[in-house]
Structures are given as C-alpha cells and as structure tokens.
Design a protein around this ligand. Sequence first.
Ligand code: NAI
Length: 353
Amino acid sequence: MFCNNPDAGLKAIIAMHSTVLGPAVGGARMRHYANEADAVRDVLRLSRTMTYKNALAGLNIGGGKAVILGDPKTDKTEVLFRAFGRAVDALGGRYITAEDVGTDVNDMEQIYLQTEFVTGVHQVHGGSGDPAPFTAYGTLQGLMATLQRRFGHEEVGQVSIAVQGLGHIGMELVKLLRERGAKLFVADLDPKLVDRAVNEYGAEAVKPDEIYDVAADVFAPCAMEGSIDAQTLERLKVKVVCGSANNQLASHAIGDELYRRGILYAPDYAVNAGGVMNVSLEIDGYNRERAMRRLIRSIYYNVGKIFDLSEREKISPQYAADRIAEARLGAIGKLKLPMGRTRPRLGHLRGEH
Ligand code: NAI
C-alpha cells in the first residue's frame, strides 16, 4: 500500500508479505532512498524476511514491513507519524507496525495516537518499549548456540569478536559480550560510538572498512544489510558469522560459500528475532518475564535445530532455516485457519475498550 499525504509530508509504503500465521507484523523503517524503486525493493525484501523470521520463531503472526521515505535526522514531525498511523489504521489490523532503523519509541507514541495497531509503544501505555535490548539479548543466545556447535563450548569469554555497527543493537551486544569477558574489536561510521565502546567496554577500535580483515573468532554484522558479498567474503578470517543485521548475505550463494569454507553462519533472521518476539507479546498482553523466558528458550534452540538440519541434509544453514520456516507456513497454511486467537486486540489489552 502506497501512502501519500503531501500535507503531512508523508510518503510511505506498507508491504504485507504473508498473513497465513496471523496479522503481518514488522517495523517501520525511516530512510532516505535514492528513488521510489529502491524503497519498494527494500520493503518487499524486508517483509519477506519478516514472514520467515516470525514463522521460524514459532510466532502466530505473519510478515510485513513499512518504509517511510525521508531522512530520520531532519524530516521527523508529529504530523508525519500521525498520518502514517492513520494509514496503518486503515488496514484494520492486518498490518501491525513497530520500531525499525530510523524510528524509535517516541515515534511509536505519535502513531499510537491514531491507531492501536502499533507495538513497541512505551511501557506506560502497557506496551513493551524499545525492542533493541531484546534483539541484542537474543543475538547473544544465538551466538552461544553457534559457538557450541563450532567450538564445542558456549563460553563467550573465550573468544574474540569483531562487531560491525554500534547502534541500538551493536552497542548493547558489546556491553553483554564485555560482561562475559569477550575480546572485542569494533567499527562504526560514527567515531563517537567507537569512542564509547573503547572507553566504556574496553573494545579495540578498527576502521569501518577494516573490520572484515580482523583475525577474530567471530564476525558479528550489526549494521546494514548485504555486509557479506563476494569481495568481503574473501577477506574474512573468522570461523563464525553471527550478528543482528537483517539480510546480512548479499545472496544465498554467499551462504553456500561460507558453508564450503567451514565458516559457520547463524542465519540472521533466526538470531535477530528477539525484538519481534518481544513486541509480539503485546498482542496477547505484555509481560516482561514471559518475554525473557520465550527468548532464552527459543533462539538458542532454533539456531541449534537449523544446524542439525544443515548437518543432516548437507545444506547450508540459511537454506535449512528457510526449510523449517516454509514447513511451518505450509502446514498451517493448509489448515486455512481464520485469524482466531491471533486476531489483534491490542487496544482491548491496553484497557481501551
Ligand atoms: P541503528 O541504526 O541504531 O545502528 C546501525 C549502526 O550501524 C549505526 O551506528 C551506523 O553508523 C552503523 N553503520 C552503518 N553502516 C556501517 C558500516 N558500513 N560500517 C560500520 N558501521 C556502520 O540500527 P539497529 O537498531 O542497531 O539495527 C542494526 C541492525 O539490526 C539492522 O540491520 C537492523 O535491521 C537489524 N535489526 C534490528 C532490530 C531492532 O530491534 N532494532 C531487530 C532485528 C534486526
């Protein structure tokens, strides 16, 4: 759905990739795109990823995503987000939005003024707040499962990790890794963030383009998509790739090449599902303890299940992840269930009805 509201300065696109498992859930990304075609490509690819992520995570929600065309540093206004909220509301709950790159809890607050179909709203409204700490914690769980498989132990303190990107997730992950004694190398385009990681968490700074060359055990991509392509792959010296970024591999062929070289890749959408697991609990009534329990159990377990299938079938982990997600979508899809219990009732739970 294309949303154009010139009075509000809003140009956005909402993509609903699948509602087989429930309402399409996925964040709203605000970003400057060179042209509309790039924005369409991005939202379609991201919405497909959400379908697979949510299916694999065992959630009863489908996959969707939104992009708001604009610069998050200069173009944010109340009216823009309220107009976006109205567009989300017009879909009647078939799409539920949340934070993504370029948007935050404050923006969700504006959207919430216009629609109940928004998650990741502040705790004071009965929401779950910023999903980033949960994504970071889930990434840690995914990393532990991957270390276990590759090195036979899950001790983060015994490995060195090169973290690319020190935003909401990357910085939180660095903190968690440091608390567990990991040796850290970090890179970001923003030198202030690098200084913080060095001063607060004892990390070693690396230039953004040199992070691929670091002789660490693990490469953790936590910046933007497509980080590993034919060129950067050649430079990797690590034994494990595991991070939070969406669509880390430029293509599935890159994943096959990592597999061939014995670099264990933890599929991105299995590892970074912590945020959506957390916000999706708002649909049934949010409870932080329940969120942590769900997260700890399932990401570690799901990543292990993917490696089991990969080893059994001799296929690369990202194909194994796709297969598990598709099996669930196929099986539930065949039943043609009505939305039933997964019908969103966010407003009800927040005491509005
Ligand atoms: P963010 O925008 O807060 O942080 C991204 C950071 O990466 C920024 O500090 C930026 O300067 C840096 N960066 C960009 N290009 C870089 C490069 N070439 N080299 C080094 N650093 C670079 O985003 P956030 O929320 O931390 O998300 C990070 C990744 O995780 C994104 O791919 C996002 O889609 C994904 N993700 C985020 C979730 C969340 O809960 N926030 C949930 C699931 C996935």
